[in-house]
Design a protein around this ligand. Structure first.
Ligand SMILES: C[S@@+](CC[C@H](N)C(=O)[O-])C[C@H]1O[C@@H](n2cnc3c(N)ncnc32)[C@H](O)[C@@H]1O
Length: 203
């Protein structure tokens, strides 16, 4: 049986190329995320090939960067090694099964993954468990229903078997996270072919 994880194992090869097409919102997203993690102990979930990791490593104290797809972790390790980042450790981990003690991290970065997880409540609970009290969740997320262009592009991407579970607008993203108990401290809509809703807050 083919799983959603298999999609990401296969997609690791061309993920960076797809992000060149969809990367319009990235500069502002990386600027905001880098400011949020300054001097913090960070867990990054669903780090993919490390596009976000290598940017936020410039300001974070240290980062444990994780993804559940082995092929993604391999790409991530290469990128971290090439950038000579001594403050990043890479591990394979499922967002639902984070093998860290409770209250470990100042910040959890979950970039472009909350629209993908089948069980959002379980993913948030798992993140919340490893965050210190009043720790920060940084969750910039592609919003496939934000514009007509995004909607159209998203339909095309879906034909390739893209395993999306939620079609957010920037508004529905903040509403959903508030409903999950997040007190939002910053939100911005970052424009692009598929806009990103940038959200950070604490539980
Ligand atoms: C759209 S990519 C985002 C990668 C990176 N955060 C970025 O913004 O460039 C989604 C990533 O989520 C990972 N992923 C999906 N479901 C996951 C899960 N349950 N646990 C951990 N990683 C997951 C995939 O393997 C993939 O690398």
């Amino acid at each position: 049986m083919t799983t959603e994880r298999d999609y990401w194992e296969r997609h690791a090869r061309n993920y960076d190329a797809s992000m060149r097409l969809l990367g319009g919102p990235l500069p502002r997203m990386l600027e905001l995320a880098s400011a949020a993690v300054r001097d913090k102990q960070v867990l990054e979930v669903a780090a993919g090939t490390g596009i976000v990791t290598t940017a936020i490593a410039q300001t974070a104290s240290n980062i444990v960067a994780t993804d559940y797809a082995a092929a993604m972790v391999k790409k991530l390790e290469h990128r971290v090694r090439d950038a000579r980042l001594a403050n990043v450790r890479c591990e394979q981990a499922d967002i639902y099964e984070l093998r860290f003690a409770p209250d470990t991290f100042d910040v959890v970065v979950a970039a472009n993954v909350l629209h993908l997880v089948p069980d959002l409540g379980r993913a948030i609970a798992s993140i919340q468990r490893v965050l210190k009290p009043a720790g920060l969740l940084v969750a910039p997320t592609f919003c496939h229903d934000e514009t007509k262009t995004a909607w159209l592009l998203s339909q095309l991407i879906a034909l390739s078997g893209f395993p999306g579970h939620r079609r957010f607008t920037a508004r529905s993203l903040t509403d959903t996270l508030q409903h999950q108990g997040l007190r939002i401290q910053r939100s911005e809509t970052l424009s692009g072919l598929i806009p990103i809703g940038y959200v950070e807050g604490a539980f």
